[in-house]
Design a protein around this ligand. Structure first.
Ligand SMILES: Cc1cc2nc3c(=O)[nH]c(=O)nc-3n(C[C@H](O)[C@H](O)[C@H](O)COP(=O)(O)O)c2cc1C
Length: 200
């Protein structure tokens, strides 16, 4: 993988042609994206993979009738789990097993994590942050595997939750189409670092 080439070649692709991607391939892309970092390794991401005609129709209706949902091979509904810290006991044990945490610090870590997530803003921030880091990696991994993607927030959260029976602890963070397709325009310009970064 030439990372810079992959970053340069990734575009938000809106036009897809008929192409089937197997569930095995989609699963392997998701497994790779799960190498993403997350606060305390909580791995807040959850994903619904929309790849049947019936599910595509439901998502299309809930997502401003964006035609790419029907044309793409599949669309990932990327969700952030507000309750991912409920697994902190297991995560702490995994850290101990892998030499990241001394046994005597286990209870202290669990206490401070639970304390942190008493704040609803922290819960939401980490759910969306974790899911977003995962989403970006998923787009780059898909690009590297020869697939086009498009991230989307053009959807009605309540309708998506209702259509796919998504519980309240899962925040719909973005949709990502995946398939074979192309863009017909140049990349729009980006602000240079000199305008958004400050050395302090
Ligand atoms: C969070 C997010 C939401 C977006 N939502 C939509 C969308 O709903 N529909 C769409 O066609 N493109 C959407 N885009 C794509 C952007 O328009 C695109 O990333 C941007 O214009 C830059 O183009 P590029 O990705 O090809 O470099 C979204 C992108 C991001 C990151």
């Amino acid at each position: 993988m030439d990372l810079m080439k992959t970053i340069e070649e990734r575009r938000s692709v809106k036009n897809y042609h008929q192409h089937e991607i197997s569930r095995e391939i989609l699963t392997s892309l998701l497994d790779k994206a799960a190498l993403s970092p997350s606060a305390w390794n909580l791995q807040q991401w959850k994903v619904m993979v929309v790849d049947t005609d019936e599910a595509k129709e439901k998502l299309y209706q809930a997502a401003n009738k964006q035609i790419k949902i029907k044309d793409a091979s599949a669309t990932f509904i990327i969700l952030g789990d507000l309750n991912a810290h409920d697994a902190i006991d297991n995560i702490a044990d995994d850290w101990i097993k892998h030499g990241h945490l001394p046994q005597e610090n286990r209870d202290g870590l669990i206490k401070s994590v639970n304390n942190f997530f008493e704040d609803d803003m922290n819960k939401r921030d980490e759910a969306v942050r974790g899911a977003s880091l995962f989403a970006m990696n998923l787009m780059l991994i898909s690009q590297d595997a020869g697939y086009a993607t498009c991230p989307m927030i053009g959807f009605d959260k309540a309708l998506v939750k209702e259509a796919f029976d998504i519980p309240d602890n899962l925040v719909p963070t973005m949709l990502i189409t995946i398939g074979k397709g192309q863009v017909n325009n140049d990349r729009a310009s980006r602000y240079p670092a000199s305008t958004f970064a400050k050395f302090v």
